[in-house]
Design a protein around this ligand. Structure first.
Ligand code: TYD
Ligand code: MG
Length: 462
C-alpha cells in the first residue's frame, strides 16, 4: 500500500484538509485536527477486497434466530445496562478515565462468563500476563476457559482468535493495538478506525462477542474518531467520583436495549461489587432534619428511578458578576430555573452567588429534577425548608408551569420503598389508586412552593 502524502482530519466530524487547521470549518471545533497518512486508491481497494463476502441477501421472513441470542454476564447491573445480557456477535465499547476500573470490570465479566462454560480470550495490549494474573488472583478468578494474550498487533490477534475460536473476546484497549495495514502509530485516528473495523468484522462474521476498552480524553469524550462510537453496537461509559469508591456504568448507545441505563458498582479490595440498593448509597449521608437548600428528587436513570439529594447554597456576592457553580446538573438548565424563579416568583438572585450540587457525585440529566433544583435554591435563599419526608418531581416551563413527567408510578413506588411520606408531583400526572403515599399535585411553581415549604425548625442547620 503506497503512502502518497499526509492529510489532516478533524477528530469530531471527520472533515479532511490538506494542512493543519486550528478551527474546523465544518463543525467549528478548535484544536481537533490530527495528521493521517493517505493511501493510493489502489492500495485501499486491495485492502477492502479481503472483506468482500459472496453471501446473498436473505428474505426477512426466512431468517432463523438462534436459540441463544443473549448471554448473561452473571453481573446483573452489567446485564441491565446491556439490555438483558451480551448479544452474541455484538461489539461493545467500554470507555472511561484511567484507573476507573475498566480492566477490572471486564476481567470480572470474563471470569463470570467462563463459569458459565464460555471460552474467553482477554487481549492485553497494555499489561503483561503476570499483571493480569495478579489482578485475576485479587478478583478470585481462576478458570481453564480464560485465555490471556498480551499482544498489540491486530493481525496476530486475528490469527489467534481464528485458532482459539473463543465465544467472547475482550480487547484492552483499542488505543494500544495497531494494524500493519496502516503505517501510523497505535492510538492515531486511522489506527483506531482500522482496528475497530477488524474487530467488528471478526464479531459479525464469526458471531463472537467483542468487548473493547476505550480511553477518554481529558474533555471526557472517547479518544479517537467520533466514528468509533457510530461503528460499535453499544457504547458504555464508566464514570465515578475519584474520591468515592462507587462507579457508574452508563449506556450511551445501545442497538439492543435502552440507553441511559445506569449500573452502580462499588470498588472493593476484591474488585467491583454491585450496589443493589443505590438509594441507600445516595441518601445515607443526608441529615435527618430538614435543612434550607436541600430537596430530594426522583430521577429516572434509564429504567430505574434513583432518589438523589439536590443541595443549593445562595449567598451575597461582592463581585459585579455573580457566580453560578453547578456539579451534577446542567449549568444552563440552572440559569433557566433562576430566570423562572425571578420572573414568576419574584425571587431576585442577581446579586447572589448560586451553587447547586447533586450529592453522591451522580449526574442528574433529566428535566424532572427541575422542581427539586428550584426548591433547593428558593429554600436556601429564604431560609426555609422542604419537609425531609417529601420528594419533589416535576419539570418547570418558562412561564412557571409544571410539566408532567414519565414513569410517575415507578418513581412514587421508589420513594415509598425508601420511606418517604409525601410527594409533590405535576398536576397532569395521573396517580394509580394503589400508590400509598400522600400526593400533592401542583400546576405552577408558586403552588409547589406553597405546598411543601415550611419554616426552618429550631434544630436545623442553616
Ligand atoms: P483498572 O481496572 O486497572 O482501571 P482502568 O483499566 O480503567 O485503568 O482499576 C484500577 C484501579 O482500581 C486501581 O486504582 C486499583 C483499583 N482496584 C481496587 O481497588 N480493587 C481491585 O480489586 C482492583 C482489581 C483494582
Ligand atoms: Mg486498564
Amino acid at each position: 500500500m503506497a503512502k502518497v502524502k499526509s492529510k489532516w482530519v478533524c477528530l469530531e466530524c471527520g472533515y479532511e484538509s490538506a494542512g493543519y487547521l486550528g478551527k474546523c470549518p465544518e463543525c467549528g471545533s478548535w484544536g481537533s485536527f490530527t495528521e493521517e497518512a493517505q493511501f493510493s486508491a489502489k492500495g485501499v481497494n486491495a485492502a477492502q477486497n479481503e472483506f468482500i463476502n459472496r453471501e446473498k441477501p436473505e428474505c426477512l421472513n426466512n431468517i432463523q434466530l438462534g436459540e441463544e441470542i443473549r448471554v448473561s454476564t452473571n453481573i446483573s447491573e452489567f446485564d441491565r445496562i446491556l439490555g438483558g445480557g451480551l448479544v452474541l456477535g455484538s461489539l461493545v465499547l467500554v470507555a472511561g478515565d484511567p484507573g476507573i476500573g475498566k480492566s477490572t470490570i471486564l476481567l470480572q465479566t470474563g471470569g463470570e462468563l467462563c463459569r458459565t462454560g464460555k471460552r474467553v480470550l482477554y487481549i492485553s495490549a497494555e499489561e503483561s500476563s503476570s499483571q493480569i494474573k495478579l489482578r485475576a488472583d485479587r478478583l478470585g478468578i481462576n478458570s481453564d476457559n480464560l485465555y490471556i494474550y498480551p499482544q498489540t498487533c491486530m493481525e496476530s490477534i486475528k490469527a489467534q482468535i481464528e485458532e482459539l475460536a473463543p465465544d467472547v473476546v475482550i480487547a484492552d484497549s483499542i488505543q494500544a493495538v495497531y494494524s500493519q495495514a496502516v503505517p501510523s502509530s497505535a492510538g492515531t485516528v486511522s489506527q483506531i478506525r482500522e482496528c475497530c473495523n477488524l474487530l467488528m468484522h471478526i464479531a459479525k462474521t464469526k458471531n463472537i462477542t467483542v468487548l473493547v476498552i476505550g480511553h477518554v480524553t481529558k474533555e471526557g469524550s472517547i479518544a479517537g474518531p467520533k466514528i468509533l462510537e457510530h461503528m460499535v453496537d453499544t457504547v458504555i461509559y464508566f464514570e465515578g467520583d475519584k474520591y468515592k469508591s462507587y462507579r457508574m456504568l452508563r449506556s450511551m448507545k445501545n442497538r439492543f436495549g435502552n440507553t441511559s441505563e445506569v449500573g452502580i458498582f462499588e470498588m472493593h479490595s476484591d474488585g467491583l461489587r454491585e450496589v443493589k440498593n443505590p438509594n441507600e448509597l445516595f441518601l445515607n449521608e443526608r441529615s435527618q432534619d430538614a435543612i434550607p437548600g436541600s430537596a430530594i428528587v426522583v430521577s429516572n436513570e434509564g429504567t430505574r428511578p434513583l432518589l438523589v439529594e439536590i443541595q443549593a447554597l445562595v449567598g451575597t456576592t461582592p463581585y459585579p458578576a455573580p457566580r453560578r457553580v453547578c456539579n451534577g446538573v446542567d449549568t444552563s438548565r440552572v440559569h433557566q430555573i433562576l430566570a423562572v424563579l425571578e420572573k414568576r416568583i419574584g425571587l431576585n438572585l442577581s446579586k447572589q452567588d448560586v451553587y447547586v450540587n447533586v450529592m453522591g457525585g451522580i449526574d442528574v440529566t433529566e428535566p424532572a429534577a427541575d422542581l427539586g433544583i428550584a426548591l433547593a435554591i428558593a429554600t436556601c435563599a429564604r431560609d426555609v425548608v422542604v419537609d425531609s419526608q417529601t420528594v419533589i418531581i416535576g419539570e418547570i416551563g418558562l412561564s412557571g408551569e409544571i410539566h408532567p413527567v414519565n414513569n410517575i408510578e415507578k418513581r412514587l413506588n421508589e420513594a415509598i420503598s425508601s420511606g418517604f411520606k409525601k410527594a409533590i408531583i405535576p398536576y397532569s400526572n395521573n396517580v394509580p389508586s394503589g400508590v400509598k403515599i400522600e400526593v400533592i399535585k401542583v400546576q405552577r411553581l408558586f403552588d409547589a412552593i406553597s405546598a411543601c415549604v415550611c419554616p426552618a425548625s429550631a434544630g436545623a442547620e442553616g
